[in-house]
Design a protein around this ligand. Structure first.
Ligand SMILES: [Zn+2]
Length: 411
């Protein structure tokens, strides 16, 4: 592709793929599906990629390669019959006894272009073959031991859309309606637990027992499914790295920074916008990294060892029904609260102010001189003043940032 069709892959690698395959088990296994989901990470991430896998009936979809394979198999059968009558000239023993003999036979008949069978094989569009012999004794392919959580029902699902590593959506039947296919490529990041393209929802599968999950019985509804790797290279590292990153990123936040949280249980808006505020109890800092050996609790919010407490003011979308992604400071909560960083989405958040109006987040301290009550009241007033002015200010989020945030799903 890179050499011959560079214009078809401007990114230098494939970022959008709709692959159709027959239902052969080596393509359609939990391990294979997990592998498909890992591809997107090396291709620019879930917000920049779209991978759809549609499976047909087993054994269908035969193409030139199956024909070639069949032709080779016949040739080896023929050679073995010949060897019962006379010695073959192209193997050491004159027989076909092992993998190397098969290799030598194929190379003899199809690999060297002087042999007329290479012309025969040339009926299909492939005109020349190169054979390579790999023996496990000489050139073992080392395979790591891996384990995956089993994807129940995989044999009954025929269309699979990758969301992010370890997360897919699947449905019982593929749909080839153009607008439906188009929606697959606009991306499953916005989909919830289930997704049904509007005109696709009506047919129910009468053959399965109703088990309480209505969408599971619908032929054309997508259901979210996770297919995590449970053992093998990268597994332990991954979750450790994510936690480490989340703690590190959180500990470096400063007053006035915007942050995003993942609220998986919120069906309407799974991404929450907040802003780091100055906490007088933390010497005016907006973050508290728990470097002690114990768990610390602030206003009922536990911050475990290594975790980071964040002092956050919530923002809310002005109109959740629009796609404008305009936010303003929360109307209902007018004071900041302590949040745990466990649900923090570890990405840098840049918001754009619609009008140039400055309203710096005040830095608050508790007075060291003992008149604590006065300084507490003073802090409360400064936050109120800031909040009142902030009510007028509109902040805009980039849609790419939101898509990136939605791709973090492994909490
Ligand atoms: Zn459809």
């Amino acid at each position: 592709m890179k050499e011959n069709f560079p214009e078809d892959i401007p990114e230098g690698h494939i970022v959008r793929l709709h692959q159709h395959s027959d239902n052969a088990s080596h393509f359609k296994s939990t391990g294979a599906i997990n592998y498909f989901t890992t591809l997107i990470d090396t291709r620019g991430g879930p917000s920049q990629t779209a991978f759809v896998y549609s499976f047909g009936a087993p054994g269908h979809g035969k193409g030139p390669f199956d024909g070639i394979g069949g032709r080779w198999k016949n040739k080896i059968d023929q050679a073995m019959s010949t060897a019962e009558r006379k010695k073959l000239e192209f193997t050491d023993t004159g027989y076909i006894e092992n993998v190397r003999d098969v290799f030598k036979a194929l190379d003899y008949y199809f690999g060297r272009s002087v042999k007329k069978d290479s012309q025969l094989a040339g009926k299909n569009p492939i005109g020349h073959y190169n054979f390579f012999c790999y023996l496990t004794s000489e050139n073992p392919i080392s395979r790591p031991t891996e384990a995956f959580e089993t994807l129940d029902g995989i044999t009954k699902r025929y269309q699979i859309v990758v969301k992010s590593e370890g997360i897919v959506y699947w449905r019982k039947r593929s749909c080839w309606w153009l607008s439906c296919t188009d929606s697959l490529f606009r991306g499953p990041l916005e989909w919830g637990q289930d997704y049904t393209s509007e005109q696709c929802s009506t047919i129910e599968d009468e053959s399965t027992d109703y088990d309480g999950d209505k969408t599971a019985d619908r032929m054309y509804s997508f259901t979210k499914k996770s297919c995590p790797k449970t053992a093998g290279p990268g597994v332990a590292m991954q979750s450790q790295t994510i936690t480490k990153n989340r703690n590190e990123i959180a500990s470096k936040l400063t007053v006035g920074d915007f942050v995003l949280f993942r609220k998986s249980d919120d069906d309407v808006e799974p991404i929450w916008l907040g802003r780091i505020m100055s906490n007088p109890d933390w010497s005016g800092q907006g973050v508290y990294q728990n470097e002690t050996r114990q768990r610390h609790t602030f206003n009922g919010v536990p911050i475990g060892r290594g975790e980071v407490g964040l002092y956050v003011m919530w923002y809310e979308e002005i109109d959740v029904m629009s796609e404008k992604l305009e936010y303003w400071v929360s109307r209902s909560e007018n004071t900041p609260i302590v949040q745990n960083n466990r649900e923090l989405i570890p990405i840098e958040v840049t918001m754009h102010q619609m009008l140039e109006e400055t309203n710096a987040v005040p830095k608050l301290r508790t007075s060291a001189r003992g008149d604590t009550e006065r300084s507490v009241n003073n802090n409360v007033r400064r936050i109120e003043d800031w909040h009142t002015k902030e009510l007028e200010i509109v902040w805009k989020m980039d849609s790419d940032l939101r898509r990136l945030a939605l791709s973090f799903d492994n909490f």
